[in-house]
Design a protein around this ligand. Structure first.
Ligand code: PLP
Length: 393
């Protein structure tokens, strides 16, 4: 123990074993990440499989995840914005990196310098990129077509007109045309078949150019949806891609938070802000060092939030073999779990509660907060101490 009465005696190096003492910590299993990507590649059949690493690899770290996915064999990557592409280039030297939000005037040098491929989505962007390549020389682009999402993309007729436009310079040709499914997570939605038919027309118009329609969920819809390149994201990170079926992917991220204090509370007392949870028995409460500032969002509270009036229980944690419920409102830095049912000698202050991971599925937590695993992962915030487990470790 450091001598706190005498600050000069504190050995700072000794205090820096952050993972074992972190208030909140995140373990990222990169072996599971690589296995999940390979599983997606197997499921993609004869199509090539990209890796979607936007938003700092779904919150899990672009550098480490990008490096491992590249080593696993990914050579096509999708990022959302150009800066993510610039960062990824260091870890994926000869990969093709697509930038989904396209390119703005002023950014073109970054695309040339780092060999990034803009995904163009409008007539204006096409015209801009054509003028850029006319001035600076050929540089690949991709084309996004909207087949029923009303997000980014050229309309179907616009796209087909562009494909057939004889006045377009012969050298100006996308290396990939892609579209995105609105309801891939719902296998029996008629929108899937409609978008598939529309995208087939696109593929025909752009004959000879690679085509991509499916993200994680679309891969599970079967070979018709695979085309030349698939674009899995969430499944690679262990999240649920398809509604209502067991998740076949390996969990990648485990979030844990430390118990700062265990307190006894009496039947009839209330818990946390607003006193919205009243104890129905004498209870033991674990006060844990993570809250909504750590992406353990307030909507996960056991009571006292609007969601609890319409939707079941709040989130659960896991400790010493027991699932334990969040009680009362989650606060900025602290969450209170009811650990009355955990044998008293099995836990102590300083122990860690799993927030999600192998015992508490990411998506169960997300559902308790009325959201999806994607949002939970990308909201984790900066306070977690992170440990990456590499496949060969
Ligand atoms: C985010 C995204 C993906 C990956 O989606 P997942 O559901 O995470 O697999 C693929 N394509 C596009 C265009 C995207 O925006």
């Amino acid at each position: 123990m450091p001598d706190t009465a005498n600050p000069d005696s504190i050995d700072l190096d000794e205090l820096i074993d952050e993972f074992d003492t972190a208030p909140a910590r995140l373990t990222i299993d990169l072996g599971a990440l690589a296995d999940n990507w390979r599983e997606m590649a197997r499921s993609s059949g004869s199509a090539r499989t990209a890796a979607v690493v936007k938003a700092d690899a779904y919150g899990l770290g672009l550098e480490d995840c990008g490096t491992v996915l590249y080593k696993a064999g990914a050579r096509d990557f999708f990022v959302a914005v150009v800066q993510e592409g610039v960062t990824l280039r260091t870890y994926a030297p000869d990969a093709r990196i697509y930038v989904l939000s396209g390119v703005w005037p002023g950014q073109e040098a970054l695309f040339y310098e780092h060999g990034l491929v803009p995904v163009l989505a409008s007539e204006e962007q096409l015209a801009f990129w054509m003028s850029v390549t006319a001035e600076h020389g050929d540089h690949p682009c991709a084309l996004q077509i909207d087949t029923g999402f009303n997000r980014l993309g050229l309309g179907l007729d616009e796209a087909i007109a562009f494909a057939d436009d004889v006045s377009r310079p012969a050298s100006f040709s996308p290396v990939l045309v892609l579209s995105h499914l609105q309801s891939g997570d719902t296998p029996n939605s008629p929108a899937n078949e409609q978008q598939l038919q529309a995208f087939r027309r696109v593929a025909e118009a752009f004959e000879g150019i690679e085509c991509s329609l499916s993200a994680s969920a679309g891969i599970f819809l079967g070979p018709d949806y695979h085309f030349d390149l698939t674009r899995p994201g969430i499944a690679v990170y262990g999240g649920e891609a398809v509604n209502g079926v067991p998740n076949p992917m390996k969990p990648v991220a485990t979030a844990e938070a430390r118990i700062i204090q265990i307190r006894d509370a009496k039947q009839g007392e209330t818990v946390s802000y607003g006193g919205t949870h009243r104890l129905t028995r004498d209870s033991r409460l674990a006060i844990v060092s993570a809250g909504y500032a750590d992406g353990y969002m307030r909507a996960l509270s056991g009571s006292g939030v609007p969601l609890r009036q319409t939707q079941g229980e709040g989130a659960f944690g896991f400790i010493a073999g027991h699932k334990v419920p969040v009680v009362g409102r989650i606060t900025m830095d602290l969450t209170i779990f009811d650990v009355t049912d955990v044998p008293q000698n099995a836990i102590a202050a300083g122990d860690y509660i799993e927030l999600f991971g192998h015992n508490i599925p990411l998506d169960d937590v997300a559902r308790a907060g009325g959201t999806i695993g994607y949002e939970l992962l990308t909201s984790l915030g900066l306070r977690y101490e992170r440990r990456y487990i590499y496949p060969d470790d």
